[in-house]
Design a protein around this ligand. Structure first.
Ligand code: MN
Ligand code: MN
Length: 461
């Protein structure tokens, strides 16, 4: 099979590179769920979308072609473009997650040790802990104060900003450390972020806490945060800096959080360009996939179902039965990244069923571990439909498994929607270094995924 690159004519090549410029901007600016939702809403509004609350309140009429968005706790975003057919006949749904592996600041983070002040973290998602040390890191998030006011933080992204980071042991003194296995060479409890080293001039402070007190003073003066405010904060330590072109030929992008913002962005863009579809088009961007999709903002939450119910209430006579029919008649691409073939580690793959960079969007019939445990096994009927759809739209796709049988495995949000009785398949973009601070994707796959999602929304019946 040829790579996508060999098929692109000049104009497609240009469109592909242009699309990736916007994508780089998106992941450089959006490094938390809340930042993704905020930017998603901004883009949606610019494309003519209206908040679902306007329809619920009866201030706007929900008719075919209407573009509607719904936000859940600033961490989930749903977009709908109402189709000509009633909702109860089903939707075409794109779903991706907008949370990525990172280090969360603990509720009581600050301490001083011999003149250095650090913040304790708790890692989020599956990470090789040793990859997260000795790198410039940024602090993103939000602090809610007792009086209800909020402070939004983003420190370390402007080139003039300071960055923070986690130290690694110097090689000269690593005799004992180098004998450890990779799982323990850097321990979770030791992922402490260094944030300061100048003691306060005030002689009133205890000798042992003088740097900490200076940092607290700085936090108060610059951000109006006190030590107790960390209790009601959501602060994430993420790799600092922008996504960049990767490879001498600029064919790839290296960035933080491709998993799964690369599928989120392409799904979002595909949805924003849809006008008056036959079946209602829907895009769901959710939180908490990396930790099991639980909680009010994970895919297991009732939020999505609730929003479809609200929408039905605005468009046709709502009934529980009709809602269930709408969900069961829907079809979904659960868009999440695949493991891209890595020439440095060929042994983890079975080559016929491996995803390659530059070969187009990847359909995974199933993921899961061992004997497909925990997987959503897509129906061949749906896959046949997609094959025809992709061929008609001249989109290149590949199929893959997540590595050799019994090598490991993983899951996505696919099964959660499938539990609502709809047809779902995993579809996404091949990634190198998945879950490392800096991940790599092919620009060709990013663009083909966008084209595939657009074709799915408009053509699948
Ligand atoms: Mn993922
Ligand atoms: Mn992941």
């Amino acid at each position: 099979m040829k790579t996508v690159w060999e098929k692109y004519q000049d104009s497609m090549m240009q469109e592909c590179f242009q699309f990736n410029e916007s994508y780089k901007q998106f992941i450089s600016a959006c490094k938390t769920e809340r930042e993704c939702v905020k930017e998603g809403v901004r883009l949606a509004k610019a494309a003519g979308y209206t908040d679902i609350q306007e329809y619920i309140a009866g201030r706007k009429e929900a008719k075919p072609g209407e573009k509607i968005y719904a936000v859940n706790m600033e961490k989930d975003l749903c977009l709908f473009v109402l189709g000509k057919k009633p909702l109860s006949e089903g939707m075409n749904i794109l779903g991706a997650h907008i949370d990525s592996p990172r280090l969360d600041i603990k509720q009581k983070p600050l301490y001083e040790d011999h003149g250095l002040v650090l913040m304790d973290t708790h890692y989020y998602g599956g990470v090789k802990k040793y990859q997260w040390v000795a790198l410039p890191m940024a602090l993103h998030g939000v602090v809610f104060k007792k009086d209800g006011t909020r402070v939004d933080l983003c420190i370390g992204e402007d080139p003039k900003d300071p960055v923070v980071g986690i130290s690694d042991l110097l090689i000269h003194l690593s005799a004992d450390q180098m004998k450890k296995t990779a799982a323990t060479v850097v321990e979770g409890e030791d992922l402490n972020v260094l944030v300061g080293s100048i003691p306060t001039a005030s002689k009133e402070e205890k000798e042992s806490d003088r740097v900490k007190s200076a940092i607290l003073k700085l936090l108060k003066e610059q951000y109006d945060i006190e030590e107790e405010d960390f209790i009601s904060a959501e602060l994430e330590i993420v790799p600092a800096g922008e996504a960049r072109d990767y490879g001498l030929d600029r064919s790839m992008v290296i960035g933080y959080g491709h998993d799964d913002r690369v599928c989120a962005y392409t799904s979002l863009m595909a949805t924003l360009q849809i006008e008056m579809p036959q079946r209602t088009a829907c895009c769901i961007l959710v939180d908490k996939e990396e930790v099991g999709s639980n909680g009010a903002t994970g895919m297991h939450s009732r939020f999505f179902e609730n929003m479809v119910a609200e929408l039905m209430n605005c468009t046709e006579d709502y009934s529980e039965l009709k809602l269930r029919r709408a969900l069961a008649a829907s079809k979904m691409l659960s868009s999440d990244v695949s493991a891209g073939y890595d020439p440095n580690y060929p042994s983890v793959n079975e080559m016929k069923n491996t995803a390659f960079l530059g070969m187009g969007i990847c359909f995974n019939k199933y993921t899961g571990s061992r004997g497909k445990s925990g997987c959503n096994d897509a129906n061949p009927e749906l896959i046949a439909e997609l094959r025809a759809c992709m061929e008609e739209a001249e989109v290149q796709f590949q199929t893959a498994e997540l590595g050799r049988v019994d090598q490991g495995g993983g899951g996505t949000i696919a099964y959660i929607l499938a539990n609502m009785n709809m047809q779902v398949i995993d579809a996404g973009i091949a990634v190198q270094n998945m879950h490392a601070p800096w991940e790599v994707v092919s620009k060709a796959d990013v663009y083909e995924a966008y084209r595939a999602y657009a074709a799915f929304l408009s053509k699948i019946q």
